[in-house]
Design a protein around this ligand. Structure first.
Ligand SMILES: Nc1ncnc2c1ncn2[C@@H]1O[C@H](COP(=O)(O)OP(=O)(O)O)[C@@H](O)[C@H]1O
Ligand SMILES: CC(C)(COP(=O)(O)O)[C@@H](O)C(=O)O
Length: 273
């Protein structure tokens, strides 16, 4: 099962005692790179790019479906902690694969996005995500209008001639931000009006402008990424992937070579619909 990476440009945090009501509003794009997940009968081991690790969101999903006798194997295009929703891809891929393997007979009485709910709950419990899973389930250029469930999103039509170029400059643990009250207040104060602005003019250009405003105003953007974004003004836009130490840029085909000449380790992607 392939689950696309997801880049959040800006977001607002909603916490609730109900994990299904906890989540985020905001906007982002899914990529044609991400995580391939398979499961096989085993001993409950988790492998990430051939390394055995105890990846908490994946473990949470395994516990949710109560399947300790399978191994989960993730093959990821991106490292964990890069703000590309890799933990969400792992959680959702695990949920889909387990659900497919154990069959819906166990859940037939209340099948309703069960794998998506399981992965969302896992991400929220682990502090590794709030809205990625819903966006990765929806795919494309996704505006999330309400947090969590019931799912309330707008999938914006985009033409296929844009590229998304990503440069990973380091790691950042999502939980250190979304579990910090000062950051939560700053994020929510900054993002308060951005969703309405994007819904009024749902274009990739406006998405990138609002994302850059959010990254700069919250102070989440690093000086290094800020500098590179200034050099990429000729594109549709550039900003920092939330919540990572990763730059992302959307550009037209005719500008791609110029973008690649500016970045050191660019990864060229497309928006995954
Ligand atoms: N080697 C590892 N072993 C176990 N967990 C890891 C390892 N490396 C990273 N992780 C976990 O992966 C998760 C990454 O989630 P997050 O910070 O949201 O990044 P992403 O943007 O990739 O989703 C975190 O829970 C982090 O603790
Ligand atoms: C921005 C974030 C809270 C975290 O995203 P990541 O670091 O990629 O796990 C995301 O889940 C969202 O709600 O939009």
């Amino acid at each position: 099962m392939f689950v696309p990476a997801h880049i959040t440009g800006f977001f607002r945090i909603f916490k609730d005692k109900d994990f299904l009501k906890t989540g985020s509003t905001g906007a982002g794009i899914t990529l044609n790179k991400g995580v391939y997940t398979t499961i096989k009968v085993g001993n409950g081991n988790i492998y990430f790019n051939d390394k055995k690790i105890n990846l908490s969101p994946t473990r949470e999903v395994m516990n949710y479906f109560n399947v300790g006798s399978y191994d989960v194997i993730h093959s990821s295009d991106f490292p964990l902690g890069s703000g590309l929703g890799t933990s969400g891809s792992c959680a959702l891929g695990t949920a889909y694969e387990i659900f497919k393997t154990i069959g819906i007979y166990r859940w037939s009485n209340n099948y309703n996005n069960e794998p998506v709910k399981a992965a969302h709950i896992a991400e929220v419990k682990c502090g590794t995500g709030l809205g990625d899973v819903i966006a990765q389930h929806t795919k494309g250029f996704v505006i999330r209008k309400s947090p969590g469930f019931p799912i309330n999103v707008e999938k914006v039509k985009v033409d296929n001639n844009h590229y998304v170029v990503v440069e990973i400059l380091g790691e950042k643990e999502t939980k250190n931000i979304i579990n910090n009250q000062q950051w939560v207040e700053k994020i929510n104060k900054t993002s308060d009006k951005l969703l309405i602005k994007l819904l009024k003019n749902p274009t990739l250009k406006n998405f990138m402008d609002l994302s850059f405003y959010f990254a700069e105003t919250t102070g989440l953007i690093s000086d290094e990424i800020l500098e590179i974004c200034r050099d990429l003004k000729f594109t549709v836009g550039a900003s920092q992937a939330m919540l990572g130490n990763t730059l992302f840029c959307i550009c037209k085909k005719e500008d791609l070579n110029d973008v690649l000449s500016i970045l050191k380790n660019p990864i060229v992607c497309k928006i995954y619909m």
